[in-house]
Design a protein around this ligand. Sequence first.
Ligand code: SF4
Length: 338
Amino acid sequence: MARKTSTDKPSIQTNVVVSGNRPTGDLHLGHLNGALKNWLQLQRKYGCFFFVADWHALTTEYADPSGIHESTKSMVLDWLAVGLDPDTSVIFRQSDVPEHAELHLLFSMIVPVPWLERVPTYKEQQEQLEGRDLSTYGFLGYPLLQAADILVYKGDRVPVGEDQLPHVELTREVARRFNRLYGEVFPEPRGEVVRIAKIPGTDGRKMSKSYGNTVSLGDDPDTVYSKLSKMVTDPRRARRTDPGDPADCPTFKLHEVYCTDAEKAEVTEGCKSASIGCLDCKKIMIKHVVEELEPIRSARLDLEKRKGVVTEVLEAGRDKARKVAASTLSDVRSAVGI
Ligand code: SF4
C-alpha cells in the first residue's frame, strides 16, 4: 500500500464551505430563510462551493427525471437573484464534475454497508416517500455521495440543519478511515448547525412544493397578498370578536421572522384582546414579505432576459470546480496507489 510520508502530504486548506441543494423547482420562503440567507453570509467570509445536486435528485426521482433539467435552471436563477455571486463563489452542477462520482466509487470500497444503513434519515425517508421503490443502492449510498461532494473540495465547513448532522459525522468517519488506510489526504469537516427559521406554508404545515402551500421567490405582490391573506390562523378566532393567541397561530411564525419587535407586541396585544382582525394583522407582515421579495423578483426578471446566463454560470463554475476536484483526485489516486 502506498503510504504518503509527512514531507509529501497533500495540502489541506481551511475554511472551505461546501453545500448543495436538490433541484426541486421554484424556490420559496422556506429556502430563503433556511439555506439561502445563511449561504449569503458564508459567501462573504469563506471560499464557497454551492452546487445543484442533480445526482442526489435522481436517488428519489430516478423513475421520472424529466423535471430535473428545468428545475436546475430555475434554481440557479433564484440563487443569482438572491445574491449568490458566481465571481465570489463557485456555483456549479454536480453531474458536470465527474470527480464526485469517482471519489464516491473509491469510498464505496472502504465503507462498510452498516455505516450507511444506520444513518437515521435512511429508514425515515424510505417510510415517508412510500409508493417509490427506494431499495436501490443509490438511495442507500447517497450519504456517501454527500461525503464525496464535500471531500472532493477538501471542505472543512458544512452548514447543515440539525437533522443532517449524522451525514457530516459519516463524512468525518469516511475521511478518518481513508486517511488511516492511505495517508492523510482529507480534513475532517465540521458540521456547523445553522439556526433555521421554520417557515410554515399557507396551510400551517411545513412549507413545501409537494403540499402546494408555498410563497415562491418569484411571486408578484398580488400573488403574495392573495396567498398569505388566506393563510390559516388560530382556529379560536372564528369571529372577529373572538380573542386568540399568536402562540397557536401559524401565521404569527411569519410575523416572528419578518416583523419588528414593536409590531409583534402590537399584534400580540391586539390578537389576545380581539382588537385587531386577522386580515389587518396579516397585512403588517405581508408588507415586509413583499419588501423582501420584490428586489429578488425584479433581479430574476432581469436575469431571465439575459439568454444563456445559467449556462454561462454553470460552465464557469464547472471549470473552477473541476480544477480543485482534479487536484484532489490526483492526491487520492497517488495515496491509494492506482
Ligand atoms: S390576529 Fe394575527 S396572530 Fe392572532 S390569530 Fe389572527 S393572524 Fe394570528
